[in-house]
Design a protein around this ligand. Structure first.
Ligand code: SAH
Length: 215
């Protein structure tokens, strides 16, 4: 099967089986060649709804997770968006089709370098990748209209809450006693944040501090 046909089927399943409604999000997933973000040996599985290994003990998130988180974030065409946990770069590429500018931070330098290469290859020119601790945000480039965290934290990191514009949204998996849940935090004022729980989820942990091989 050609990859474009596999991608079309994936998007139909996201709408039918996973309740993804936003046409802009579905179109972005139709356009981004997910197979290029994994090893060639995994290409036959690139359009199934699975997380896949990307090395360094990390995974590319499932398409349904990427779609639902992107929908929850709701990036507009002029928005500045920060992603924490670049991994393969796939989620960043999807955000790049929807937002004005995307900044993404990855603690494992080798993954950041690889992601940058693939993002260039797919023409995601307004997606900027940087190695480092994303729990600190990207102070020089903020504030952001949206922040998406692709790793589970114990609580939303303060620097990320502070780097939201008023009206901005943070979508983040939070680890609790009963497992992880996906939350959305909306900054409602200078000192006001409203938090809502979206659904159960499963992510690798957000690791703070300098990472393996990071600069
Ligand atoms: N969005 C990715 C999925 C990444 S998995 C994709 O589309 O492929 C989560 C990633 O978060 C891993 O690569 C992990 O190294 C990274 N990570 C964990 N803690 C981090 C931190 N504090 N700062 C930046 N990246 C972090």
């Amino acid at each position: 099967m050609r990859f474009s046909e596999a991608r079309r089927r994936m998007v139909v399943a996201l709408a039918r089986e996973h309740g993804v409604r936003c046409e802009r999000v579905l179109r972005a997933l139709l356009e981004v060649p997910r197979h290029l973000f994994v090893d060639e040996a995994l290409w036959p599985r690139a359009y199934a709804d699975d997380a896949l290994p990307i090395g360094h003990g990390q995974t590319i998130s499932k398409p349904s997770t990427v779609a639902r988180m992107t929908e929850a974030l709701g990036p507009g065409p002029e928005d500045r968006v920060l992603e924490v946990g670049t991994g393969s770069g796939y989620q960043a590429a999807v955000l790049g089709r929807l937002a004005g500018r995307v900044y993404t931070v990855e603690r494992i330098a080798a993954l950041a370098v690889r992601a940058r290469g693939v993002l260039n290859r797919v023409g995601a020119v307004h997606v900027v990748v940087r190695p480092g601790d994303g729990a600190l945000g990207w102070p020089g480039e903020g504030p952001f209209h949206g922040i998406l965290v692709a790793a589970a934290a114990d609580r939303p990191p303060r620097p990320l809450l502070e780097q939201l514009v008023v009206g901005g949204r943070l979508v983040i998996p939070v680890a609790g006693a009963g497992g992880q849940e996906l939350r959305r935090v909306v900054r409602e004022g200078e000192d006001a944040w409203r938090e809502e729980v979206l659904e159960a989820c499963r992510f690798v942990p957000l690791v703070s501090g300098a990472g393996q091989g990071t600069r």
